[in-house]
Design a protein. Structure first.
Length: 155
């Protein structure tokens, strides 16, 4: 019985000695888990804003193509520089309307760019969307997937 009692006593002392270390390790793991979760949420939020932005740009380009560009090409056969600038302005106005001032401010915050640079960023992404539509005929942004006929090419 003495051996059994001394075994339990030794186990109790080991527990008392190791308890603070175990608590510290669990605290550290909890903190790291919370940081990873916070980073994941932030990344998903960023991805969501970018997908919404890409979708708004894609929609604006398609809308302007259908409403303005096709009409101008039918009337005169080609686009001059002034018409191109009007078309670009119309597409940017459509994106601004989709997002509104608060949405555009949110885009700037999420991307970490000042409000004064959001407009330039929109112009750049608009040009990239037009280029992508011209070169590939579609936009792959996670929301606007490939057309069913093109699915095999992009798989």
């Amino acid at each position: 019985m003495n051996e059994l009692q001394s075994g339990w006593e030794l186990l109790g002392r080991a527990w008392v000695a190791l308890a603070p270390v175990l608590i510290a390790a669990l605290s550290y793991l909890s903190m790291k888990g919370a940081q990873l979760l916070q980073a994941k949420v932030k990344n998903e939020y960023l991805r969501g804003v970018l997908v919404r932005l890409d979708d708004a740009l894609f929609t604006a380009v398609c809308e302007v193509q259908q409403v303005v560009v096709d009409r101008i090409k039918a009337e005169s056969g080609k686009l001059d520089d002034a018409a191109r600038e009007r078309i670009k302005t119309a597409a940017l106005d459509a994106v601004r309307t989709y997002f509104g001032p608060k949405g555009l401010a949110q885009v700037g915050r999420v991307l970490g760019i000042p409000a004064s640079d959001v407009e330039r960023h929109l112009e750049t992404r608009l040009e990239a969307t037009v280029y992508q539509l011209r070169s590939e005929g579609l936009v792959l942004n996670g929301y606007n997937g490939p057309a069913p006929s093109d699915a095999k090419e992009h798989a």
